[in-house]
Every structure is written in C-alpha cells, then in structure tokens.
Design a binder for this molecule. Structure first.
Ligand SMILES: CC(C)(COP(=O)(O)OP(=O)(O)OC[C@H]1O[C@@H](n2cnc3c(N)ncnc32)[C@H](O)[C@@H]1OP(=O)(O)O)[C@@H](O)C(=O)NCCC(=O)NCCS
Length: 173
C-alpha cells in the first residue's frame, strides 16, 4: 500500500470516506449529518494543506487519508480517516507515520489535534497524550479530547520503506 499526495479531483471521494469512516463508531444518521461540513475536504485544502492518501490500488478509491496543517512549530492534524472496510489493518499507523514525517520535514516540534473520543486508544498507541478538551466544531455541547505528541528530531520513517531499504542493503552485501 502506497501513501501518496491526494489529487484535487479526489476531494469529494475523501469527504465521503471521512463521513463513512466516522460511522464506524456507531453514530446515528443525524449525528453524522451534523459532522458533514466539518469533515469535508475541498480542492483548496488539497492545494494549500498537506493531504496524503493510502492508495487503494489500480482503479480503486483511497482506503484512508490525512490532512495536515503544517504551519508553525505546533502543526495541526486536521483529519485522519480510514475507510470502514480497512480499519485495524495498519492503515492508520501508516498514515500517522506519514503525517508525523511531513510535520517534521516542515520544522514542527509538536502535533496537536482534536480527536474523536473513540480514536483516543489508537492515538495513545501512537504516543500521543490528552492535554485538554475543546468544543466540537460540529455538535453543540459536545467536547472532544485535545491530543498532542512531540515530534522526534529524527523523523519517523515509513516502516515499509525501511524494510525495503534494509532488503536492498542486504542484497548489496
Ligand atoms: C482511528 C483510526 C484512524 C485508526 O486506524 P486503523 O488503521 O484502524 O488503526 P491501526 O490498524 O493502524 O491500529 C494500530 C493500533 O492502534 C490501536 N487501535 C486502533 N484502533 C483501535 C480501537 N478501535 N480500539 C483500541 N485500540 C485501537 C491498536 O493498538 C492497534 O494495534 P492492533 O490492531 O495490533 O491491536 C481508524 O479506526 C478510523 O479511521 N476510525 C474512524 C474515524 C476516526 O475516528 N478517525 C480519527 C478522527 S480524530
């Protein structure tokens, strides 16, 4: 599975993916409808922010994506969503590593975001901690955990790329 930059024409596909992904936690239709606007990805986002997808293979839609706003020393993870049929197979971990790598490459010292409460266990596994609560941008009266992780000086590499490189190096000996 390849992580690659999103194409502007994928904006609607990614918006739909985010909404379907949010649905894995069992929210009802009215709740999800309330999130639709905040979960939307626009061609302008793809042009101005760092948006990368987990490629679904030839002729297939992406199986996940992230949106990163790398501005400043504390970068903001705006979105991270994995398609419903692909959760718990390591796609989120791959996307996470790519987002951290991109933030590191742009000089960020930390990464902060508001998380869905159900996703906190995943982010904790990635090394993030909850630093507070913030109001939901979609649902009045709801608050969300604010998560942060320091960015290591040496960027986290793509684990598959590392395996490949090691394999090539082995072949050189
Ligand atoms: C949260 C999300 C991005 C995680 O992606 P994923 O591809 O399913 O996660 P991974 O397979 O890489 O999981 C890595 C590890 O994180 C932890 N983890 C992942 N999902 C978990 C869950 N639902 N409950 C507890 N731990 C979880 C596990 O330790 C897992 O390792 P394991 O499967 O070997 O036990 C994905 O579930 C998702 O898109 N959810 C719906 C949308 C959402 O809430 N996105 C985040 C918005 S802030």
């Amino acid at each position: 599975m390849r992580i690659r930059p999103a194409w502007p024409e994928e904006a609607k596909t990614l918006s739909d993916l985010a909404l379907a992904s949010k649905g894995v936690w069992g929210y009802d239709a009215a709740f999800l409808e309330g999130c639709r606007e905040e979960l939307a990805v626009t061609p302008a986002d793809i042009a101005s922010l760092v948006v990368e997808v987990a490629d679904g293979g030839p002729g297939q839609p992406p199986v996940g994506f992230f949106v990163l706003d790398p501005a400043g020393s504390d970068a903001h993870l705006d979105k991270l969503y994995v398609a419903p049929g692909h959760v718990r197979r390591g796609v989120g971990t791959r996307l996470w590593a790519a987002a951290v790598r991109q933030a590191a490459a742009r000089g960020a010292n930390s990464l902060t975001w508001d998380a869905d409460p159900h996703a906190v266990a995943f982010y904790a596994r990635m090394g993030a901690v909850e630093i507070g609560r913030a109001p939901s941008g979609s649902i009045p009266g709801r608050t969300l955990p604010v998560m942060r992780v320091p960015i290591p000086r040496r960027p986290i590499d793509d684990p598959w790329k590392t395996v490949k490189q090691e394999g090539l190096e082995d072949g050189d000996h």
